[in-house]
Design a protein around this ligand. Structure first.
Ligand code: NAD
Length: 447
């Protein structure tokens, strides 16, 4: 408890509400990040209101249905019935908030620059209802400086003052969808306030719902720590993707090499090669950092090189498909190619930025007839050659597998039956080492 920095009546009142769990918690944006977080606060006894611009999501939550795989519908139904959780599209309700947490998307624009328009739009709603005694926390991943350079001036424009009237902090979201071990409650939470008082209040808030909170000296440090985490992943994935390409030239099994290096108990961390990076974080977040770096005249060469290597991986996989088809005297034009798994990682339904999409677009452009099978993604919208397609997941039976000229393993979902796949497919490209035991088999091409 940081009582030395807590003095004003406003602070003490909010602190009391946090401690006795009467603080009205509002979560803006009920997606992969916001919904689990809202549920976690509601389960801990706080009255929670989730605000979203997507009316369909609001309606589904209020009817007790979850649309996020990691969040159980039974749990949502119970929380809604017990009036611990309410979803709404009415932003004027913010006037009754004690705590507001922003979990809206942070995409890139067409020229790969940060697009913080969703944050700004959420902040405009907060600004319109800002009241004394509120704590606002930004959780969306963003470039260093967003909280104190963009949000703080917007809130101070109201005439209310930081620390006297309201408090503001950044706390990055680290949730890992599909991870059964690390969930919202046991992932350590970083907190960096725009002021010491803000940090102290945000630490008290998150301490009620997560097992460990790690305060840092500023919002900028917390924003940068999140970008370092994801840039670290991007760079290491790029390194191992480069190793995969080199190992293939040298006729060495990269997967064996990674496992071997991984036996070193210190100074090495295993990363695996793959068909490219996907999801709402790793392909995007490093651009937030490099954009900010360039604004200050610094060329972040390492970060950009990693992006370049990872972005090229779908092309490398297309080359492998061409090589595999060639080995059977076939060409990619007219070939029936079956993509196995389109989600960006195993056992989840999220296909945002998935390398499968890029791979399918590139194969389509070369004249292949592309189909896919993914038990988690029944329908897939695909934009290829300027046209929109709606594809349906194929049932993975013997007939479907045998009909493909080449199948490409993109996502190693647990639900896939690898032996049946290896047995019935005439030709396979395995980008995930799912068929490690078929390494010497001439109909399986490995990354
Ligand atoms: N998905 C992840 O695994 C993950 C992990 C860590 C951090 N993040 C970060 O968290 C943030 C949110 O990501 P996500 O995956 O939850 O996105 P998402 O698209 O799943 O959810 C965002 C939600 O915000 C809503 N929204 C948009 N504008 C709004 C507004 N003005 N007011 C209220 N709601 C609004 C959308 O309708 C949507 O439901 C991003 O910054 C992302 O980088 C995501």
């Amino acid at each position: 408890m940081h009582s030395s920095t807590l003095h004003s009546d406003v602070q003490v009142a909010l602190l009391n509400k946090i401690h006795n769990r009467t603080a009205q918690v509002f979560v803006l944006g009920l997606g992969y990040v916001g919904l689990p977080l809202a549920a976690q606060f509601a389960k801990s006894g706080f009255p929670v209101t989730g605000l979203d611009i997507d009316e369909a999501k609001v309606a589904r939550l209020n009817s007790g249905t979850s649309y996020i795989q990691d969040v159980d519908s039974r749990e949502i139904r119970q929380l809604v019935e017990d009036r611990h959780l309410l979803a709404s599209g009415d932003f004027t309700r913010l006037a009754s908030a004690d705590v507001v947490i922003i979990c809206v998307p942070t995409p890139l624009d067409k020229s790969k620059k940060p697009d913080i328009s969703y944050i700004v739009s959420a902040a405009e709603h907060i600004q319109a209802s800002l009241c004394p005694g509120q704590l606002i926390v930004l959780e969306s991943t963003t470039y260093p400086g967003t909280t104190d350079e963009v949000l703080l001036p917007m809130f101070e424009e109201t005439g209310l003052r930081l620390d006297r009237d309201f408090f503001l902090a950044f706390s990055p979201e680290r949730v890992d969808p599909g991870n059964p071990t690390y969930r919202t409650e046991n992932i350590p939470k970083l907190v960096g306030g725009v002021s010491q008082e803000s940090t102290a209040l945000a630490v008290e808030l998150y301490s009620t719902v997560v097992t460990r909170v790690h305060p840092v000296s500023s919002a900028r440090a917390a924003e940068t720590a999140k970008l370092l985490e994801n840039t670290f992943r991007s760079v290491n994935i790029a390194l191992v993707n480069e190793m995969a390409q080199l190992c293939r030239i040298l006729n060495i099994d990269v997967w064996e090499v990674v496992e071997a290096a991984g036996t070193k108990p210190f100074g090495f961390m295993k990363f695996y090669p793959g068909p490219g990076i996907g999801g709402h974080c790793i392909p995007l977040d490093p651009y937030y950092l490099s954009w900010k770096a360039r604004l200050h005249g610094y060329e972040p060469r390492f970060i950009e090189l990693a992006e370049e290597v990872n972005t090229r991986m779908p092309d490398y996989v297309v080359d492998l498909v061409v090589e595999a088809l060639n080995s059977q005297h076939k060409c990619v034009n007219g070939a029936d190619v079956l993509i196995l798994g389109v989600a960006y990682k195993p056992d989840i339904d999220d296909y945002r930025e998935s390398p499968a999409l890029k791979l399918m677009q590139k194969l389509h452009r070369r004249g292949a007839r592309v189909r896919y099978s993914d038990p988690h993604v029944p329908v897939l919208p695909l934009l290829a050659d300027g046209k929109s397609y709606i594809l349906q997941s194929q049932t993975l039976d013997e007939q479907t597998l045998a009909a493909a000229d080449c199948a490409v393993i993109v996502t190693d979902h647990r639900a896939f039956e690898w032996h049946a796949i290896a047995r019935h497919c005439r030709l396979l490209v395995d980008t995930r080492n799912a068929l490690a035991t078929y390494r010497d088999d001439s109909h399986v091409f490995h990354l």
